[in-house]
Ligand binder design. Structure first.
Ligand SMILES: [Zn+2]
Length: 276
C-alpha cells in the first residue's frame, strides 16, 4: 500500500495543535495535506480568557474557533474541523460513538499520519485523555473493512502521540511550574520518559511560524509586552538553550515496543508521487 504525504492532528481544544505546530507547518510546506481536528470549542467552565477584550464567557467558543482558524491559516494548512463536543465533558461522550465519528472522518480525509494526545493527556487533562482513547480506537476502526461508515476502509500508516520529554522538568521552569485547575483538580506536567520518545522532528526553521500560529490564540496566552509574542514554555529558557530544547518536536509512535529513533513522521512509509 502506498500513501500520500498527509497528516492529521486531533486534539481536545483550540491551541492543543500547538504541540504539533512545527510538523504541521513543516510538512504543509513540503506539500502535505494537513488537517487539524478539534473535539471541542474550548469554552468550558475551566477555560481561561486571558484577554477580555477578545471574548466574553458567552462568545468564547466562537472566539476560540476563530483563533484556531487563524492558527491553521498561519501554519498554511486546511481550515480546522471542530467536532463540537462540550469542553470539559469529552470523557462523558460514549467512546465508541466518538471513535466511529472520528473513524468516518479518517476514511474521508485519508491521512497517512495521525497525531493525538498521549495516554497521560500531556498533563492529565481528562478531555485530552478521552481524545487519546477515542482516536486510538478510531484509527483501528477506520481500517476495518467489515465496518460500514459511508466511506471505504482506510488504515492510516502511523499513529503518533505528542510528547514533552521528562527532562523538561529539569531544564524548563515554565514546564515544571505550570499548574491548571481542571474539574476542581490541580494538574501539572511530568512529561514522557525521554527513552520512550521514538521520534524527534527538526522544526528549527518552522519555529517562527509555530509561534505566529500560537499568537492567534489571544484568549489563551499572555503576551510579552516587549516582543508582542506569546509566553510559552520556551519563554523562560535561556536563548542559548532554546533551539536545543524546542528546535525539535517529539512524539511517541504508537504500537511499537522496540526503541525506534526516527527524525521524520513519514519514515518507513511508501509514498506515492501523485497527490490524490
Ligand atoms: Zn487542551
Amino acid at each position: 500500500m502506498t500513501y500520500d504525504l498527509s497528516l492529521l492532528f486531533i486534539g481536545a481544544h483550540p491551541d492543543d495543535e500547538g504541540s504539533a505546530g512545527g510538523v504541521l507547518g513543516k510538512y504543509a510546506e513540503m506539500g502535505a495535506r494537513a488537517y487539524v481536528v478539534c473535539a471541542t470549542r474550548g469554552d468550558g467552565v475551566d477555560a481561561q480568557i486571558k484577554d477580555p477584550t477578545v471574548a466574553t464567557r458567552e462568545t468564547l467558543g466562537e472566539a476560540r474557533v476563530r483563533e484556531l482558524a487563524c492558527a491553521c491559516a498561519t501554519l498554511g494548512i486546511n481550515p480546522p474541523i471542530v467536532l463540537g463536543y462540550q469542553d470539559g465533558e469529552v470523557e462523558k461522550v460514549a467512546p465508541l460513538a466518538a471513535a466511529r465519528k472520528a473513524a468516518r472522518l479518517l476514511r474521508e480525509l485519508r491521512p497517512t499520519v495521525v497525531i493525538t494526545h498521549g495516554p497521560d493527556g500531556g498533563y492529565g487533562h481528562p478531555d485530552h485523555i478521552a481524545v487519546h482513547y477515542f482516536t486510538t480506537l478510531a484509527v483501528e476502526l477506520a481500517g476495518d473493512p467489515a465496518l460500514e461508515l459511508g466511506f471505504p476502509a482506510f488504515a492510516p500508516a502511523k499513529l503518533y502521540f505528542t510528547a514533552f520529554p521528562r527532562s523538561y522538568m529539569e531544564y524548563v521552569p515554565g514546564f515544571r511550574n505550570r499548574r491548571a485547575e481542571i474539574g476542581g483538580r490541580v494538574l501539572g506536567f511530568i512529561g514522557v520518559p525521554d527513552e520512550q520518545i521514538t521520534t524527534e522532528v527538526d522544526i528549527q526553521e518552522w519555529m517562527r511560524r509555530k509561534m505566529d500560529a500560537l499568537a492567534c490564540h489571544r484568549t489563551q496566552f499572555e503576551f510579552d509586552p516587549e516582543t508582542g509574542r506569546p509566553k510559552t514554555f520556551a519563554s523562560d529558557v535561556a536563548e542559548a538553550d532554546r533551539l536545543r530544547l524546542f528546535g525539535h518536536e517529539r512524539f511517541v509512535l504508537a504500537g511499537t515496543a522496540v526503541n525506534v529513533v526516527e527524525t521524520d513522521l513519514f519514515s518507513g512509509v511508501e509514498l506515492r508521487r501523485d497527490k490524490s
